[in-house]
Design a protein around this ligand. Structure first.
Ligand code: ATP
Ligand code: MG
Length: 285
């Protein structure tokens, strides 16, 4: 049974898509069967996996509106080593079209049930909003991976995201938990980034992944070649970090069946230290 993770953060441009495609490629590299779902009408994860979004006949839009199954709509990228359920601008319409439909938050979850046995990991790239599309991702998932930059405003946004995840957990998906925070675009020369990074670790403990993704231009260049950095330039620092992250995830993850918590409350967080940066952090994840 696949472990299903959303890569989510309502802030734009924080590295969600870069994380999704590189983690997918990294997991494939360490021998995992992966389906990558693009839940963003921008279609960046689709293009970044070498699939031309304009040429796609069936996408996640058709899956959400139940005019195609996942098996019918997915495509394979041999170069990347994973399957892709792509998206394009059409998906923006799904938001409006789904409002009037029943089970509107649970359509992706229902659709994924049919393919769960074929994969070890299903990764969902969410748009930069807490929309009905993101809600479909959160309802379908066992957990959320939150990429974040070690910056002041990133910390502020975390509270909103955690509150949303707690609401979804309470009302729509009892299985949902925060798998962890991933520090991305990290530049160790910047003192504030180091401080924020340490603060995150002190505050959230092992909910912060050990692997840190550095700022690396090869990761930014790779999408224009239609490849994740991990495939485009395997020895680049950023690529090596994503493969290490994939391995960390595999090593840390219990089987999908064990991801379903018995109690209805979210996992208890690490004890809190006084934050050096004056910002209101959520008490728990
Ligand atoms: P959106 O909210 O628009 O969906 P996003 O959160 O998915 O954005 P990305 O598209 O992954 O963010 O990244 C934003 C920009 O930062 C892109 O140009 C990407 O190439 C670049 N980028 C992401 N991670 C890194 C990194 N580690 N090093 C250098 N550049 C990076
Ligand atoms: Mg994106």
């Amino acid at each position: 049974m696949a472990k299903i993770f959303c890569i989510a953060n309502q802030k734009g441009g924080v590295g969600k898509t870069t994380t999704t495609v590189n983690l997918a490629a990294g997991l494939a590299k360490v021998g995992q069967r992966v389906l990558m779902i693009d839940l963003d009408p921008q279609g960046n994860a689709t293009m970044g996996s070498g699939i031309d979004k304009r040429q796609l006949e069936t996408t996640v839009y058709d899956v959400l509106l139940e005019s195609a199954s996942v098996a019918e709509a997915r495509v394979r990228s041999e170069a990347c080593g994973y399957d892709i359920l792509g998206a394009n601008r059409e998906l923006a319409g799904a938001e409006v079209e789904m409002v009037a439909l029943d089970r509107r938050e649970k359509r992706l979850r229902t659709a994924l049930a049919a393919v769960g046995a074929e994969y070890d990991y299903i990764l969902i790239d969410c748009p930069p909003s807490l929309s009905l599309l993101t809600l479909n991702g959160l309802c379908a998932a066992h957990g959320v991976i939150v990429p974040m930059q070690c910056e002041y405003f990133a910390l502020e946004g975390l509270t909103d995201l955690v509150n949303t995840i707690k609401q979804v957990h309470a009302n729509l998906n009892k299985n949902l938990q925060i798998i962890g925070l991933l520090r991305v675009m990290f530049d160790p020369r910047i003192t504030l980034q180091q401080q924020v990074s340490e603060q995150l670790k002190a505050h959230f403990g092992d909910k912060v992944f050990d692997t840190v993704i550095p700022r690396n231009v090869r990761l930014a260049e790779a999408p224009s070649y239609g490849l994740p950095g991990v495939v485009f330039d395997p020895p680049a620092k950023g690529s090596l970090a994503f493969v290490a992250f994939a391995q960390e995830l595999v090593d840390k993850m219990p089987p999908a069946s064990a991801l379903v918590p018995e109690s209805a409350s979210p996992p208890v967080p690490a004890p809190m230290d006084a934050p050096p940066v004056a910002v209101q952090l959520p008490d728990s994840l």
